[in-house]
Unconditional design. Structure first.
Ligand code: ADP
Ligand code: MG
Length: 462
């Protein structure tokens, strides 16, 4: 079973990721649809979960099926003190000297491949190296945030963008952008201690520190950081104690000219449950939002992702994907991954046919955007017209009406802009779509049976 998983995984990843993260895994057993794999360390496990969970899920789906489960067994290294991801027991030499410059500190090795108990290591940044500026496609939707990020990366702590707060909806690239800043600083300023931490992890560490009576070393640890990147600060809301400690850390770092980078899923003014004094700090620097990618940016993102994997597709497929998935970049990536998987499993090229059938199979409850194909399917079945006719230009009444209903449903059920709806019908312009939507609305008002029909079709998706 594991061998099957590996072959799926291998086709998804480049060689070095595969060799680093999958080759060291040992399969232990396969019982009751549950595959247990042994990983070398806690860190290794977290890394897999953080970065490869989709790849693993897909591999399990293929090798075992939908009901397949994956369990990890983590090797505990006895010689190691079993550090939590960030140790609170770090010798406090740095802050006692009052120099923040020297970041080489003795910490027990966490590397799964080394057994020496202590070794001079650079402090772990917890950055994912794949998140770089290079891979972050620029568009109108993110121009300000990206530019501010670059400015901060060039001169951490020295611009007026301190803190830099990036906000935006899910899957729009917040984590990618703030980590790209961190990665860039790390490579340009190797002496600086860059730390990426999710708010959730920060909170958990804080709670543990209270439990273990080690608040002081917790705080001291954070005071050593030169560039603090903290993701999803909306999760601080309602957590008064954590906020208070974060406030103190923030002030210290800010006063000593250290860079702070924050992300949030909403604008500071919409962050409820947050202390005013903390909120006002968030607004000190620069706040920039990330928006849904526009059509051109979506095209560029898809192209880039495929290019990175050495895959070429026709422009018609690109166009189709960019017109069909509009929600967010993560969704877009998910679809590309499924497409590549489908293509490699069925040994077919990625063409329009495959793109359509793959999108159809991705049923996503919230994201109605993905259901274009399903909506059109329902309409063709109900009116007994074939798909080409529905999408085509034939002006016979028995074809025009279903087409108008399909346009109406797409308009009502998805977030697709009119231009994209028109695209799905042979590239008609938005005025045709407006006309269709009006025609159906009027028909529903004057004809009860039409109203009933449309409601019924609509109801299939609600
Ligand atoms: P968020 O943190 O806002 O929920 P992420 O940063 O996790 O979103 O982004 C989701 C996925 O989309 C990531 O894999 C990321 O690499 C990708 N992504 C987001 N924005 C872009 C972009 N502008 N260019 C390329 N990839 C992007
Ligand atoms: Mg994120």
């Amino acid at each position: 079973v594991w061998a099957n998983c590996l072959s799926v995984i291998k086709s998804d990843l480049n060689e070095s990721s595969y060799a680093t993260w999958f080759a060291p895994i040992v399969p232990l057993r396969f019982v009751n649809n549950t595959l247990t794999i042994q990983v070398p360390s806690q860190f290794f496990y977290e890394w897999l979960e953080d970065n490869y969970v989709n790849v693993l899920r897909k591999a399990i789906d293929v090798a075992i099926g939908r009901h397949g489960l994956l369990e990890y067994s983590i090797v505990v290294d006895k010689g190691d003190k079993k550090n939590p991801p960030i140790s609170f027991n770090i010798p406090n030499q740095v802050s006692s000297n009052n120099t923040f410059g020297n970041k080489k500190i003795e910490v027990p090795s966490k590397s799964p491949f080394q057994t020496t108990p202590t070794e001079t290591l650079e402090l772990e940044s917890y950055l994912n190296p794949k998140y770089t500026f290079d891979k972050f496609i620029e568009g109108d939707c993110n121009r300000l945030g990206r530019a501010a990020g670059l400015a901060v990366a060039n001169k951490p702590g020295l611009t007026s963008f301190n803190p830099l707060m990036i906000y935006g909806g899910v899957g729009l690239g917040k984590t990618h952008l703030i980590q790209a800043i961190g990665n860039q600083i790390k490579s340009d300023y190797p002496g600086k201690f860059v730390l990426y931490v999710s708010t959730e992890k920060f909170t958990n560490q804080f709670v543990n520190a209270i439990r273990n009576n080690s608040i002081e070393s917790f705080t001291n640890f954070y005071l050593q950081v030169d560039v603090l990147i903290i993701d999803d600060v909306q999760f601080l809301s309602g957590k008064e104690k954590t906020q208070e400690t974060f406030f103190n850390i923030f002030n210290h770092l800010h006063q000593s000219g250290k860079q702070i980078i924050l992300s949030s899923d909403r604008a500071p003014r919409e962050l409820n449950g947050m202390e005013d004094r903390l909120l006002s700090r968030f607004k000190w620097g620069l706040t920039a939002d990330l928006q849904q990618p526009d059509y051109e940016t979506r095209i560029a993102i898809i192209q880039k992702k495929l290019q990175d994997d050495g895959i070429q597709i026709d422009f018609e497929v690109l166009e189709y994907l960019a017109h069909t998935i509009q929600t967010n970049v993560r969704e877009l990536e998910g679809v590309i991954i499924s497409l590549m998987a489908q293509a490699s499993l069925t040994r077919k090229d990625i063409d329009l046919e495959l793109a359509k059938s793959t999108l159809k199979s991705i049923v996503n409850e919230q994201e109605k955007e993905l259901s274009v194909e399903n909506i059109l399917d329902v309409v063709t079945t109900y009116f007994e017209v074939d798909m080409d006719t529905l999408r085509g230009k034939c002006r016979k009444k028995e074809n025009v009406f279903p087409r108008q209903v399909a346009m109406y449903l797409l308009k009502e059920l998805t977030n697709l802009p009119l231009k994209s709806i028109g695209y799905h019908f042979g590239g008609r312009d938005h005025s045709t779509v407006i006309h269709a939507v009006q025609a159906v609305s009027e028909a529903m008002e004057t004809d009860k049976s039409i109203e009933k029909t449309v409601r019924k079709l609509y109801g299939r998706f609600h």
